[in-house]
Structures are given as C-alpha cells and as structure tokens.
Design a protein around this ligand. Structure first.
Ligand code: ZN
Length: 487
C-alpha cells in the first residue's frame, strides 16, 4: 500500500457553488454540465444504495490467469455523504455453492464487513469496536469519486478536461496531483464508466474501473441499476441495485477518537530458532522461514509488501551475518504471499516458484509504478527464476529443502509446500493454520484444505513431526492430525 495515509481532496467541499452551469466557450453546454443536470447532482448531498450481487477477492485467483474468486453478496448497503466525504459500506457475503476455487478466508456461513471512511480516516467496524484501517483511506476516498454523482462533483471541483471518445465524452482530472481519475459521459449525460489507478504490490499502478448501466429513476434521482467494478482487470463487485434513497439523515460520519489517534502499526518481526540453521520469522500476519546453507541463505515466503520484506531481510542478516540471501521460495501467487517478492529481486535473490508464476510475475511487474515506486522500480533489475514443476530440491549437499506441489488443492492450483527431511519439518501456507489449543473445529472449507494437504503428505510418504505454518504458530504435526479429526 501507499506509505501516505492521508488524502485531501482539494476543493471538493466547494462543489455546492457549481450549481450554476458555465457554458463552454463556443456556447454549447459541456458534457460535465449536461451530466450535472441529467443526474441532478447539485440536489444530491447523500445517497444510500441497497443491492445484491457478487464480490471478487482481489489477488486470490485459483491460477495466475483466472478471475478473482467470487462470493455471493446476500446484502449490500452503501451510504455516501458527499460534503463530509464519508462512506459506510456494509456487505454480507456467503460462499457460492460449491465454493469458488481460490483464496480468501475459508469462513463458514455468513461474513459481514462494515467499511467506513470520513475524510482521511478509514476504519472497519463489523463489531462494537472500531478497527482503524489507515492504509485503506486513500482508496475509500477515491471510491467516493468513482460513483456517478461523486465523479461529477469532484470533476467540477478539480478543473476537469473533456475529450470526445467512443461512446461519449471522457472527463479527466487529478486528485492531489497524484491520482488520475477519468470517466465517460454518454450523449444523455449519464456517467457510464469511471476509472482511476491505485498502487498494488504485485500489479503496480492498478486500474479500478466501474461500469454503470441500466439507469433508472429512484425516488427522483437517476442512478444505475447495474454496477460492475473491476480491479486489475477482473470483477471485484457486480451489483444489482434495488433501492436508492437520497439525502438520508445522519449520513455524514465523524471518525471515532480511536481512529483519529491511531498510528500505522510498525512492522514487527519475531524470530524463533526451530533447529540448527532454521528460523521461524513471525511477528505479523504472515510468517517466513529462514534456512542457512553453507555459503548462503534461503528464505521461504515474501508476504505482504516491501516493508515486511525489508524487516525480514534485516532479521535474516542479523541472525546470520555475512551470507547472501541467494534464494526466495514463493509458495503461491496470491498477493498476500507474493507482495514482498520484488524486494528480494532488488537484492539479487533468485525466485523459486511454481511453473506458470514466472510468466505472471514478469508480465505484472512490467506495469508502471508511479504511485508507490518500490526499490525495484527505483533501480530496475531483471528477475531470475527457478520454476518448479513437480518436485524440486534446494540443496548444497548439506542442507536440503524439498518443494512439492500440493496436488488437488482448491485454494491455489499450483501451491507448493516445503519439507525439511532432516528436521522432519513441514512448511506450508494457507492449507492449515493452527488455531488456539482449545479452539473450535475447522470450518468445512478449512477441513477440506487440511485433508488435501494430509493426503499429499501421505502420498509422498513424508515423515513430519513439526509444522512451521506461514500463518499462525509452530505446532507439532499431531496438532494438525487432531484438528482434522475434531468434529
Ligand atoms: Zn493463498
């Protein structure tokens, strides 16, 4: 994510002054003015939209080239207050039947998300307590400007330019001199598409585009009854709108104190020696494993982002000074497990990953990275890959790490797990995350993933005594087999 968590939409508060439409120099009304009138923008202070549809999980595709896996949205509501730049989005989601293949949390039943933003403050509040979400603020603010009414208001306030394109007029402006926003207004003055770019660890400057169609009159306001938003080329939201209320009460939000005073959590690294030359590097949402070879080091997994990678690399160099990190093993391409890889490429490390991922990363990494340039963008270097097809052994004759494909995995088609034969240790991502000692039984989806992993370990006749998972804590292998039996 971007380092800066604040965003000031300069001039946005002044949109109310734009109710008087200026004519363009040749006397004709501009597309922006036409849209302003057609959508009744000046009369809309807040909107509340209800819908049902589907949601795609960004960066969690089953294969590198497949779409984001879809969840069903059983209930969707979004309230936006334009003057205060606040938005409250409530989404209730369930898995499709059968569940889509791919990543995302294997929850059971319904999952409710409540995402809020007010000016530069963002937070989540599915329960009683607000959870600060600083890193989400920029995108949530931009999303207000991607709605049809928000787009017109921001365009009027930000010196937008117009240009004829296929299907209408393209209106463009920039926010804070950083984010480019554009949209297409058709001949009737309807906003049919809006677009912007935000930084993404894997995809670089990633496009967000919303398509608006089937405009209807909802309580006197024209609003699209079909909304499709794509991020990075694939659908993240497909909504059938069933009601729109205008100028609702209490739509302006004030960020709670706990959110206003929150600071970005610092990256925490806690390492634990598991065996001679083997360290577990945790302390955050995702773990890595450090392996010491005779002349070099290898790290399993580069999760999250550059910040995390820099902290893990510093810890590796602290634990074993003087040896280069020669190999980085990447278990699968999901963005939360691959967002930190580029930092290792910048270090000159060779990336070991499943065949198929190389082409994906090479393509994805070609995208511009102007919004949040990382080290590799600042000093480009060609990445070196080792592609794993079936089994691969990373060895110097003294230490060996076996990499195996987890055949039949529904989380990721080509996910790899690691096995240290001497230490009888399994390193795996997302197929089993140890819970609390007396916690509940695994939900059906997690049980399915665990059974597949167990089947592969049995198939390969691996003798495992310890699991070093890339989420959660190190546990004896018997914790895993017990979890699979727990009902
Ligand atoms: Zn995953």
């Amino acid at each position: 994510m971007a380092k800066s968590h604040s965003i000031v939409l300069a001039g946005l508060a002044s949109f109310a002054a734009t109710a008087v439409f200026a004519a363009s120099p040749n006397g004709s009304t501009t597309a922006l003015d036409k849209s302003n009138q057609a959508l009744g923008v000046a009369n809309v202070t807040s909107l509340q939209v209800s819908a049902t549809g589907t949601a795609g999980s960004l960066g969690q595709s089953f294969t590198p080239t497949s779409t984001w896996p879809l969840l069903k949205i059983t209930s969707y509501s979004r309230t936006i207050d334009y003057p205060s730049q606040s938005s409250r989005e409530e989404v209730t989601r369930t898995h499709e039947e059968p569940p889509a293949k791919g990543g995302g949390a294997p929850f059971a039943g319904e999952q409710k998300l409540v995402n809020l933003v007010s000016g530069k403050y963002a937070w989540n509040q599915p329960g009683a307590q607000p959870q600060p979400a600083l890193a989400a603020a920029e995108e949530r603010q931009l999303q207000i400007g991607l709605t049809p009414h928000g787009f017109i208001k921001a365009a009027l306030a930000n010196a937008a330019t117009e240009k004829k394109v296929k299907g209408g007029t393209e209106v463009s402006y920039s926010v804070n001199g950083k984010f480019k926003v554009s949209g297409v207004i058709d001949s009737q003055g309807l906003v049919v598409r809006t677009r912007t770019w935000i930084p993404n660890t894997v995809l670089g400057d990633m496009v967000i585009e919303s398509d608006y169609s089937d405009y209807k009159d909802f309580n006197g306001v024209k609003f699209p009854s079909h909304i499709v938003q794509k991020q990075g080329g694939f659908t993240v939201l497909d909504l059938a709108v069933n009601s729109v209320r205008v100028n609702v009460a209490n739509a302006a939000l004030t960020a709670p104190d706990a959110v206003r005073t929150a600071t970005a959590p610092s990256v925490r690294v806690e390492s634990q020696k598991l065996a001679d030359g083997v360290w577990f590097i945790g302390g955050g949402s995702h773990n890595s494993v450090l392996l010491e070879y005779k002349d070099y080091l290898a790290v399993v997994e580069a999760p999250n982002n550059e910040e995390r990678s820099l902290a893990v690399i510093a810890e590796a160099k602290n634990l074993v000074p003087g040896k280069p990190i020669k190999y980085l093993i990447n278990t699968h391409h999901h963005f939360d497990h691959s967002g930190g890889i580029r930092t290792y490429v910048a270090e000159g490390t060779v990336i070991v990953t499943s065949a198929g991922n190389k082409a994906y990363y090479e393509q994805a990494w070609k995208a511009p990275r102007t919004l949040a340039p990382d080290k590799l963008a600042q000093s480009p270097k060609k990445a070196s890959f080792i592609e794993v097809k079936g089994k691969y052994v990373l060895t110097d004759g003294i230490r060996s790490l076996e990499l195996h494909r987890n055949e039949g995995d529904t989380h990721n088609a080509s996910i790899l797990f690691g096995y240290l034969p001497k230490e009888k240790m399994l390193i795996e991502a997302d197929d089993f995350t140890p819970g609390a000692p007396n916690g509940p039984a695994l939900v059906p989806l997690a049980l399915g993933l665990g059974n597949t992993l167990h089947g592969n370990i049995t198939r390969l006749k691996l003798d495992v005594t310890t699991i070093a998972p890339l989420h959660g804590r190190v546990v004896p292998y018997t914790d895993f087999t017990k979890a699979l039996e727990k009902r």
